[in-house]
Design a protein around this ligand. Structure first.
Ligand code: GLN
Length: 476
């Protein structure tokens, strides 16, 4: 079927396809496969009506007129699926939590406003780990999302539904959110592309906060040009999010220099296949005339510890609002304080509670200085060290994850093992810099793994230098 937006729009121009055709194609696929894969939590009931309205807008236009029209409406008719923590006015947004099972959004997230203005059609909302905490979608209150490439495996997370919807051909574009890898890790597990933009380049207004100084919304697709286009549409300063900033710097380099932190990658806990993939890509880049150098950032080894101190701290504070009074579902007893305890006790899942407890502990008077404050100091140091490296290299290459997707159930009883899988992704969020995950492939077009599951390559760049990421991915 349709592979990318450009192909879809050229077929619209040539009147070879209608928007309803494409929407119907996805709806049929969803109907056929979703029961089993559990990717969509809800398919919106107005999708076809909107598709028909949009078709009607094109009906009396000539091909030339459609072409001109599509230059201004870059996502016209493009079917998009949205992670369940991004608000669409009038639709449920549950963050895959029991506590928000019937919560209806009263406004559109800024990213939704922008996609809508560009002509996108929202197919539905897709599964995730509860409140974006996790890396396998197993923390969803609505069941795990299976990996479409092999149903025994997880689709990753927390944006597991967003990544799986792309690989299962259930949407052309999806949005996810990334606090410590939740776009890149599932992209890697599903063999698709996922971009975590620079912190503050995309508005968080209407994204349910997990850890406010880490969260960012970004796109998934099979096509790098689509990722770039959607990023350009959703980015920009927003008066509703004071942490956003304006235009990014234009790309001026004509030669890209890649740094690989070898001591960080070629170590215990990283699979041999993953190590091979890095060696192979490094050779491929060199063969294309790219300078590839070994770099050392000793603090990278501490990134995971910093992340799992700072993030629960922010989580515990952000989650305070889900008290059964202000938002969402409530458990009623005859006692005020008991209502509060029962609501949070019954309606939030184990991982969310674990992080609230951890974060509250970290922020408590006796431990604040020992953990939280210390981690903040080291976060600043890490930012300086990474910035310093970007004076020398343009991108930093690492694997996205230490291994391929794991089997469903394999790590549910061992949260620490799951946390460790975030080792390569959390740094970009700690330092606020952009990073992209793209599927690795051998010369023969294979995954290079025994279980045939895909591996992801992660490229990270300096603040606001998304363009160098797009360039290097295109080279590959
Ligand atoms: N797996 C990471 C975590 O559980 C990342 C989550 C995310 O990016 N939302 O914290």
């Amino acid at each position: 079927m349709i592979q990318n937006i450009q192909e879809f729009h050229s077929q619209l121009i040539d009147k070879k396809i209608t928007i309803s055709d494409l929407v119907n194609y996805y709806l049929k696929n969803i109907e056929k496969k979703n029961k089993d894969l559990n990717i969509y939590l809800e398919v919106f009931d107005d999708v076809l009506t909107i598709a028909k309205q949009y078709d009607a807008e094109l009906e009396n236009k000539s091909s030339d007129e459609i072409k001109t029209f599509l230059e201004t409406k870059k996502l016209f008719g493009v079917p998009v699926a949205i992670k369940d923590n991004i608000l669409i006015k009038g639709k449920i947004a549950s963050a895959s939590s029991k506590s928000l099972e019937k919560y209806v959004a009263s406004y559109d997230a800024t990213t939704i406003v922008k996609l809508r203005e560009a002509g996108a059609i929202f197919l539905g909302r897709v599964n995730m780990d509860e409140f974006a905490m996790g890396g396998s979608t197993e923390n969803s209150a609505y069941g795990v999302t299976k990996n479409p490439l092999n149903k025994e495996y997880v689709a990753g997370g927390s944006s597991g539904g967003s990544a799986a919807a792309i690989s299962a051909d259930m949407a052309l574009i999806t949005l996810g959110s990334d606090t410590g890898g939740s776009i890149r890790q599932p992209a890697s597990y599903n063999g698709v592309i996922g971009l975590k933009p620079t912190y503050g380049s995309v508005s968080r207004h209407g994204l349910m906060a997990m850890a406010s100084s880490f969260d960012v919304i970004g796109p998934f697709s099979k096509d790098i040009d689509d990722v770039k286009m959607v990023f350009e549409i959703i980015k920009g300063q927003d008066e509703l999010d004071s942490t956003t900033h304006g235009e990014m710097q234009p790309m001026t380099k004509n030669k890209i220099k890649v740094g690989i932190p070898n001591e960080f990658i070629f170590t215990e806990g990283v699979s041999e296949e993953v190590k091979e993939s890095i060696k192979d890509v490094s050779e491929k880049l060199k063969a294309q005339g790219v300078e590839v150098v070994d770099i050392s950032i000793p603090l990278l080894k501490e990134a995971l510890a910093l992340y799992y101190i700072l993030v629960p701290a922010e989580v515990s504070s952000n989650m305070a609002r889900y008290d059964g009074v202000r938002y969402g579902e409530a458990v009623s007893t005859n006692n005020g304080i008991e209502d509060y305890l029962q609501t949070r006790g019954q309606l939030l899942g184990p991982e969310v509670k674990r992080r609230i407890i951890l974060g509250t502990y970290i922020l408590s008077a006796g431990y604040h200085d020992a953990y939280y404050k210390k981690a903040l100091i080291f976060r600043e140091k890490l930012i300086q060290d990474v910035k310093e490296k970007f004076k020398d290299v343009d991108v930093i290459l690492t694997p996205t994850t230490p291994d391929t997707a794991f089997k469903i159930g394999e790590k549910v009883t061992d949260p620490l093992a799951l946390y460790l899988a975030d080792i390569f992704t959390v740094t970009a969020n700690l330092v606020g810099m952009p990073a992209i995950s793209v599927p690795y492939m051998t010369d023969k077009g294979e995954t290079g793994t025994e279980n045939k599951m895909p591996l992801g390559l992660q490229f990270m760049a300096n603040t606001d230098d998304e363009n160098v990421l797009f360039s290097i991915v295109k080279m590959l």
